[in-house]
Design a protein around this ligand. Structure first.
Ligand code: XMP
Length: 329
């Protein structure tokens, strides 16, 4: 009968056989549970012949790149390259207000950078006597993604490309490895715990590929990114302190369009408006706003107003999905 331990053992053996003694694998990691569990499993199977790549696109959560590096390198021993491409992304996003354009810029630039890095790693691999060329691409596809792509695109297209790396494996002539493709999210979490990944990471809320760029209504600037990162970090810290993190499916701060009049000391301040969102959902297709205690809200909004420079007003979004969405754009 089926146990998680047996599944891990079988999957590790399958990967070893598939990749061979010298084969190498490359894959993107984001700091989320799926890519972390998949990376940990690959490391278990083939050690440093698995190359994880993380692209810092400048619109990640506060300190995210540093934390992911800590967790994967020090914590899990994964062979990881972090590429700081913040300036490149923010340069391309400058003056862009349309959310779909932001998504395209971030998606395409991610692929470009990942490709550049994959080429470098592949060249280094060719010159290494101990290992062969990179032939495989890791993808953290889960069972629901497999089902979704079958029903949406017909049975011939069973592979739903990761929202961040669409088209890449084909372009680079890489074969896909999808160790999580038979698992549901709760099984991936269980597997992560078994593989020694921290509870905090295993239960982390989802975070969109385009990151904070789609949580800033209008154009993205470094100062706006800083404001959202700081407000978001305070929001999540307060949620954790109140023991509410696991009850909430997703929570984040965003920057609303326009300005609000506020007051700092005896000065009027023409400041930014933060919008907070916390939802409870099982499938992310429908969702309800989480109802915080008034005392929690008072403490939270005071903290954000006092600690995040440039914020004049903090709002909490109560609309359900539908008619609203979870993200603000
Ligand atoms: P919405 O806003 O559509 O969000 O109610 C549902 C879930 O999808 C996530 N989301 C995205 N994830 N790229 C992503 O990787 C995107 O462009 C994107 N837009 C929304 C959102 O965070 C929520 O979990």
């Amino acid at each position: 009968d089926w146990t998680m331990e047996a599944f891990v053992g079988k999957e590790v053996a399958r990967i070893r056989k598939l990749v061979g003694d010298k084969g190498q694998v490359i894959g993107a990691v984001s700091g989320g549970v799926d890519s972390t569990v998949a990376a940990r499993l690959m490391h278990e199977a083939i050690g440093d012949r698995f190359h994880a790549v993380m692209v810092d696109n400048g619109v990640l959560r506060k300190n995210e790149a540093v934390q992911v590096k800590e967790t994967l390198t020090k914590g899990l021993g994964v062979n990881l390259t972090v590429i700081d491409a913040s300036e490149r992304f923010l340069g391309l996003l400058k003056g862009v207000a349309d959310p779909e354009k932001k998504r395209k810029i971030i998606g395409n630039t991610f692929i470009e950078i990942f490709e550049e890095e994959a080429k470098k790693i592949a060249e280094a691999a060719e010159n290494s006597p101990k290992a062969g060329p990179i032939e495989f691409f890791l993808q953290g596809t889960l069972y629901p993604d497999v089902i979704e792509s079958i029903s949406f695109k017909g049975p011939s297209a069973t592979i739903k490309t990761h929202h961040n790396v669409g088209g890449l494996p084909e372009k680079m002539k890489l074969k896909l490895i999808e160790p999580l493709r038979e698992l549901f999210k709760d099984e991936v979490r269980h597997m992560g715990t078994n593989l020694g990944i921290s509870e905090e990471l295993v239960w982390r809320h989802p975070f969109p590929g385009p990151g904070i760029a789609i949580r800033i209504i209008g154009d993205v600037t470094p100062d706006k990114v800083r404001i959202v990162q700081e407000a978001d970090a305070i929001f999540i810290e307060e949620i954790r302190k109140a023991g509410l993190y696991r009850q909430i499916s997703q929570a984040f701060a965003a920057l609303m369009e326009g300005r609000a009049v506020g007051v700092v000391g005896d000065q009027r301040l023409h400041g930014h408006i933060i919008g907070l969102r916390a939802v409870v959902t099982t499938d992310f297709m429908t969702a309800n706003a989480f109802e915080f205690e008034p005392a929690f809200m008072r403490r939270l909004t005071n903290r954000i107003g006092n600690e995040v420079k440039g914020v004049a007003r903090v709002l909490y979004e109560m609309t359900s999905k539908p008619p609203s969405t979870i993200e603000f754009e």
